[in-house]
Design a protein around this ligand. Structure first.
Ligand SMILES: [Zn+2]
Length: 228
């Protein structure tokens, strides 16, 4: 693993929080790459030894990942990777997304101004750059983060904090990312985003609502193959 920072040998000026960040990134990547399988135990002492750090930053990183829904902590058992979604959980979530996100896209189109349009365009462009060929894991990981960011920018512009926080508590994109390992990342999602952008540029709330509905329905259909 690339991350090796010993507490004592840490260069002067680097605060312990950056050690936690490094440990966090390392575990995050292992979870995303399914090197730590869904449901697998995550022993703190083994990880600490592996990363050449004390147990404290490992505990801190794990509790951050727990808040993000990627790991679970059970009394007397300890930490484990969050289980893979069941098909039922997946379908429930997509029904929920279909209720909420098209309305958020409509609201975003109503609120759109030149400055916020630039933010959405930039978020969409980030995803296109994720297409540059690197290894599969890195590409998927970037794609998932960039997609999460794109959707969150739209939710921010929509300006309804109840919608935004409720969706963000579902950690949709992190779970989707792990499913994506069994499917394909396609050009289709980028084209669907492009349709959303066109609606935002045109200032057309109804077209934005429809574009988001189609995007989520197609995303659901693409990911469903992970359960077959
Ligand atoms: Zn998307």
């Amino acid at each position: 693993m690339a991350f090796v920072v010993d507490r004592e040998r840490r260069p002067a000026g680097i605060r312990p929080s950056s050690v936690v960040d490094g440990v966090y990134d390392n575990i995050y990547h292992r979870l995303m790459a399914l090197e730590i399988a869904p449901g697998a135990r995550i022993p703190i002492d083994v990880l600490a030894r592996d990363l050449n750090v004390s147990q404290t930053p490992v505990r801190e990183a794990l509790s951050r990942l727990e808040r993000e829904g990627l790991v679970r902590k059970e009394h007397l058992i300890g930490y484990s990777a969050a289980p893979q979604w069941t098909r039922k959980q997946f379908e429930d979530l997509y029904i929920f997304r279909l209720l909420i996100e098209p309305e958020a896209a409509r609201l975003a189109a109503v609120n759109m101004n030149p400055a916020s349009l630039l933010l959405v365009e930039a978020a969409a462009a980030d995803m296109e750059h994720g297409e540059t060929p690197v290894d599969r894991n890195t590409r998927y990981s970037r794609f998932a983060r960039a997609d999460a960011h794109f959707h969150d920018v739209i939710l921010k512009i929509a300006g309804n904090e109840v919608i935004r926080s409720t969706l963000s508590n579902q950690h949709v994109h992190l779970h989707i990312f792990r499913l994506m390992f069994h499917t394909r990342v396609t050009q289709e999602a980028l084209e669907e985003h492009e349709n959303l952008l066109a609606a935002f540029r045109a200032g057309d709330p109804e077209a934005a609502r429809q574009a988001m509905t189609i995007h989520i329905e197609r995303s659901r259909d693409r990911l469903l193959s992970a359960f077959e």
